[in-house]
Design a protein around this ligand. Structure first.
Ligand code: AMP
Length: 112
């Protein structure tokens, strides 16, 4: 498997773990765009949100609830943003579904 995030999930490429469980692995983004920038990645390889289906319903909910838990653990009571870049126009650069958790500063809208 040549997928970068699969290798990170398997520990073949080093990362800074933030949280993990049976279904997901969360780690620090190597190029943070905010004081808190965590990637939340399902252990199962799903290329993008567009490739998810009904079978992934619980997993998708689990990813979001994990993001909220990590945000609480990181003291992001003032707020945060969850981003799921999807496909070329969405700016997705790694083809393994992931949530970005961004926080710790005022985030602008609309995004670029
Ligand atoms: P996206 O552009 O939405 O596909 O997000 C991919 C993210 O992965 C980017 O924010 C990168 O900074 C991040 N990234 C790429 N390689 C690594 C790595 N080895 N460890 C941690 N984060 C990474």
């Amino acid at each position: 498997m040549s997928c970068l995030f699969c290798k990170i999930v398997e520990g073949k490429i080093p990362s800074t773990a933030v949280y993990q469980d049976e279904f997901l692995y969360a780690f620090a983004d190597v190029n943070p765009q905010a004081p808190v920038h965590v990637l939340i990645v399902p252990r199962e390889h799903i290329a993008s949100l567009s490739d998810a289906n009904e079978k992934n319903r619980e997993l998708l909910g689990h990813l979001l609830l994990a993001a909220a838990k990590i945000a609480r653990d990181k003291d992001l009571a003032k707020g945060y943003r969850i981003v799921v870049n999807t496909g070329e126009d969405g700016g997705q650069s790694v083809e393994h579904l992931h949530l970005h958790l961004l926080g710790g500063r005022q985030l602008s809208w609309p995004p670029g």
